[in-house]
Design a protein around this ligand. Structure first.
Ligand SMILES: [Zn+2]
Length: 192
């Protein structure tokens, strides 16, 4: 049975070493931000820099590992039916909408949703790293210019990781208009 993350919300849970986490785009074109922490010592967490370095790639997908700030493997990506994820951009936050959307007033965000979901586990706001953005479609040209395009994921696409150590996972259904083709959908996940 799958668990559902409602649109523009997030959750957190433990994933034991050897367990698998399947993240499913239920309706299509919906990003899910994922952060990972070593459950035994939460100062160790997922690192974009270490992952891109050790995997020698900025397009992280099946057969790649997700590495920590202490250069340990946190998880292996076992399946990825869409094949397009982002590991460059930090979780959307209040300021994202002020700076990039000219939005005034409250706007839900992955950063706030991760903070809320991870606080009971002792994670402070400043401890939340750049997330692995499942299904996020960030393109770059040869000059290094970035553009955020609608996800290429279709209903039922999924990505599965296998934990290489006991993990705390934070997971969202992303709240940023441009990252999700303009609409907000749920994300499903299953621990196996
Ligand atoms: Zn987001």
């Amino acid at each position: 049975m799958s668990n559902i993350i409602e649109p523009q919300t997030g959750t957190a849970f433990y994933l034991k070493k050897g367990q698998k986490l399947k993240i499913i785009d239920v309706e299509g074109q919906q990003v899910s931000d994922m952060v990972l922490f070593n459950a035994e010592d939460m100062r160790e967490r997922i690192s974009s820099g270490k992952t891109l370095d050790f995997e020698e790639c900025i397009q992280i997908t099946t057969t790649n590992f997700l590495w920590s700030n202490r250069s340990n493997k946190l998880a292996a990506i076992e399946e990825d039916t869409n094949g397009r994820n982002d590991f460059l951009l930090a979780p959307c936050c209040k300021q994202t909408f002020e700076i990039m959307y000219d939005h005034k007033g409250y706007h839900p965000s992955c950063k706030e949703n991760l903070e809320t979901a991870l606080a009971p586990f002792g994670i402070e706001p400043d401890d939340i790293p750049t997330a692995f953005n499942v299904f996020m479609n960030v393109q770059y040209d040869s000059d290094g210019n970035l553009s955020v395009l609608p996800p290429t994921s279709k209903a039922g696409d999924y990505l599965t990781i296998r934990a290489e150590m006991d993990l705390l996972v934070g997971l969202t259904a992303c709240s940023a208009e441009d990252s999700n083709g303009g609409t907000f959908k749920p994300i499903a996940y299953k621990i196996m």
